[in-house]
Ligand binder design. Sequence first.
Ligand code: ATP
Ligand code: MG
Length: 588
Amino acid sequence: MRFSSTYIPTLKESPSEAEVVSHKLLLRAGMVRKLTSGVYIYLPLGLKALENVQRVVREEMDAAGFSELLMPMVIPGDLWKETGRWEYYGKELLRFKDRNDRDYCLGPTHEEVITDLVRGEVRSYRQLPVRLYQIQTKFRDEIRPRFGLMRGREFVMKDAYSFDSSDAGADESYKLMYDAYCRIFKRLGLRFRAVEADTGSIGGNFSHEFMVLADTGEDTIAACTECSYAANVERAEVVWNGTPCTETCAPYEKVATPAAHTVEEVSAMLKVAPSQVVKTMLFVVDGKTVAVLVRGDREVNDIKLKNLLNATTVELAPAAVVEKVTAAPLGFAGPVGLDVPIYADLELQGATDYVVGANAADAHLVHVDLRRDVKVTAYADLRCITLSDPCPRCGGAIELPKGIEVGHIFKLGTKYSDAMHAVYLDENGKENVMIMGCYGIGISRVVASAIEQNHDEHGIIFPPTVAPVECILLNLDPGKEEVRAKAEEIYAMLCKAGVTVLLDDREERPGVKFKDADLIGAPMQLVLGGKGLSRGVLECKDRRTGEKGELPVDALETALPQWMEGVRKAWGTLGIYTTHFNDGKLAA
Ligand code: ATP
Ligand code: MG
């Protein structure tokens, strides 16, 4: 590729619309442009990066024995009605009608389509397993599309599906994907971690998210510093090792707490530690109101509540509901006398003499004993893990790094095959339901994550496998014939060797070229100018380390590939997250 004839509209200024660094840099480096909210155009360099990720994913999916197909983006609504997701999926599903008034949607994921395909093809256990994947554009009408490619409405996903005749077979399909994902993200040069993820109503430990570690990640990971345990905080178990309290306390009393709404305000006013204040949070769970109690210094984990109650929807109760149920303004809810089911976090059993809201304006109750004064429906693990909690596996210390979810693997069991009657005949001619798995990678999100993880104040630092071009060759003196000829010679040599290279042959000042080279983020930079050439050297720079060197022009055939191999190798070792990487075992 030549800079002069490739469309690379780099920008000097950071566009104000972009909040995160990957979005800013993708715009500035001339890789994407926004068409409308959450919908992007991939310009030539952006498209190359996207294709590079696709290539690695495709190679590893093929190697794992999955076959590629391509399903339509437009899906008949009837299939989604069969599984109940037409209603359940909510507003992320973009629904529309054709001229005959039939329902359709744009595919946000393809379980229905693939299950429909496979149920129509497979009759016998001998035809199983079926393992398929596609790389395709998805549409989800996200409530808050943001951060550029990170959370788009239209985005590129690799989605794979497996159909097995036995549980052991389904586990094998899952393991194939787990291992393939590890290889994919390693090859892409990303520092990542596989973490246990919430499985919702399906249960079991068969879901992992693959997280690229980056401070701007929307997810938080609970990772043990001593063993391989890592889980999304949504799921991370909190172990309570305390002993149930047996003492009681003085009878409770109502005290005035004017305008003290928050735990901090109440604990300051009453001079008690936040851990002695009980937070009462009201939720609407599948339409019914419930109360959740946690210590004042803790946060409720609504996903744990959802799983505990086996619910479909959990929402924080709106103000009107809180005021009705507690007969008090917001900020004074308490469990004493409350007429809804009350779920309390495990550790609340460890003490007595709590401060709680009084269900009355500007008042709290002190000296509350939960066993004596409150009708607790059940105690359960209902809070988010913190840095002071132990690892649920080994008791070690927990850290809470941020991550970007780039992949998700899920053992679905028979959720979709049951609903859509995807069955096969076993050895005895008996009908059985197929056991499914689904496996996604956000291809376009991977490109953005690679940038979130690898950049500096000058621009992108692409891993060699993701980079639109591995190498950029700057000709600083395009007007000088001997320099031009040498640059062309080196360019031809690199192309012949299969290196993707961008020759900056523009009539621009060197400063402009250096700036653009850093911005675009090719991992290797080569600089040729009249001065260097007269000394017989080609300058080289490793974009990641900033390390510069000189290669002898008359021995480039050997010196150049050697230097390039060194740069690639160093990247190769970065992708492996060594300290406490989850080693590929399925969680017990
Ligand atoms: P999230 O929690 O980020 O919304 P999800 O659980 O909805 O993700 P999946 O349905 O598992 O995601 O989709 C598979 C993969 O597709 C995700 O791991 C992610 O990498 C990618 N992905 C999901 N939603 C988007 C989006 N709006 N934009 C870009 N990539 C996405
Ligand atoms: Mg989502």
